[in-house]
Design a protein around this ligand. Structure first.
Ligand code: G3H
Ligand code: 13P
Ligand code: ZN
Length: 316
């Protein structure tokens, strides 16, 4: 069942976080739905602009509609990840997406507000909810590259003003994370003080943490042992999700970790069985491993086991 992120956030706020996972293809979609079913978790399925153009946006829509039929128990939102204004309108008008992210964080404060406000007006007119972004994450985002030096944590006072002026439904905040596999060096980590200050000014308002992959060291070691080169990769400690969710982080974005699972499965298989050329062999292993990964992640997020509670709330 496709629902809005707003409904999921209402159920989860302050108690646990909903996992937001990116998909690009059939195998990820199957693993994603299976893993959420196995762990009885509601979830957010994210589609980036890169994913929409990888094959065709209509292919993705078809995959997701089919997955909804194959896994009729599932409860999920369909969300555009890091959209520009034009892509947001395309998704809003498609009637398929329940939620869009307008990422105008690369513009100055007033321009970000103006763009976000336009998208909010168009989205709300069609019952679509909007995530916006304020602050700059380090690392690489879809259409911008932010140097560590230019990364800027979200200012809590600005966050309040931004939400009031735009009417957005949730806010992606920069609280120390970055996209990709190389997030931290030394003792860097999440800035809980900043999250707490934002929550004080926006009590009950759902915050979104991008760049939340954990980049598990055993996964990195396996990738490297099978011929990869991901030396120095480091991510967010998953045991911190719980503290973040009590401070209002209600959506946690994870993509890189899934890519690591994909990389490990394929590298190991082709290294160990060089005679293989049946694409279904790694595909089968990947789907099962991805499902296992999703279920484990939902355990850390606290969304595991919440499916029936959420069903009651969304069908009331
Ligand atoms: O934040 C970006 C996500 O990891 C999606 O990545 O734009 O390469 O699909 P992508
Ligand atoms: P990771 O690169 O940490 O998985 O973050 C994904 C993300 O924020 C998608 O919007
Ligand atoms: Zn992101």
């Amino acid at each position: 069942m496709i629902v809005t992120t707003k409904k999921l956030f209402k159920a989860a706020y302050g108690k646990y976080a909903i996992g937001a996972y990116n998909i690009n293809n059939l195998e990820q979609t199957m693993g994603l739905f299976q893993g959420n079913l196995d762990s009885q978790a509601p979830f957010i399925l994210q589609i980036s602009e890169g994913s929409r153009s990888y094959t065709d946006k209509a292919m993705l829509e078809g995959l997701i509609r089919s997955a909804d039929e194959v896994f009729p128990q599932s409860i999920f939102a369909v969300h555009l990840d890091h959209g520009d204004e034009e892509t947001c309108y395309d998704c809003i008008n498609s009637g398929f997406y329940s939620s869009v992210m307008i990422d105008a964080s690369m513009f100055d404060f007033d321009e970000n507000i103006a763009i976000t406000k336009r998208v909010v007006e168009a989205a709300h007119a069609k019952g679509v909810v909007v995530e916006a972004e304020l602050g700059k994450l380090g690392g690489v985002e879809e259409h911008i590259t932010v140097d560590e030096a230019d990364a800027k944590l979200t200012d809590p006072d600005e966050a309040k003003e931004f939400v009031e002026r735009t009417g957005c439904d949730s806010l992606a905040v920069a609280i120390g994370t970055s996209h990709g596999a190389f997030k931290f060096t030394g003792s860097q980590g999440l800035h809980f003080n900043v999250i707490a200050e934002i929550q004080k000014r926006l009590p009950g308002f759902p915050l979104v943490m991008h760049g939340s992959s954990s980049v598990p060291q055993d996964e990195v070691e396996r990738v490297n042992a099978a011929g990869g080169n991901l030396k120095g990769a480091k991510g967010v400690d998953a045991s911190q999700f719980n503290r973040a969710s009590t401070l209002g982080v209600t959506k946690v974005n994870i993509d890189t970790d899934g890519r690591l699972v994909w990389t490990r499965v394929h590298r190991e298989l082709f290294l160990e069985q060089p005679e293989v050329f049946d694409l279904r062999k790694p595909g089968k292993i990947f789907m099962a491993e991805y499902a296992k990964f999703i279920a484990e992640k939902n355990g850390y997020l606290g969304s595991a086991g919440q499916l029936e509670n959420v069903r009651q709330l969304v069908t009331e």
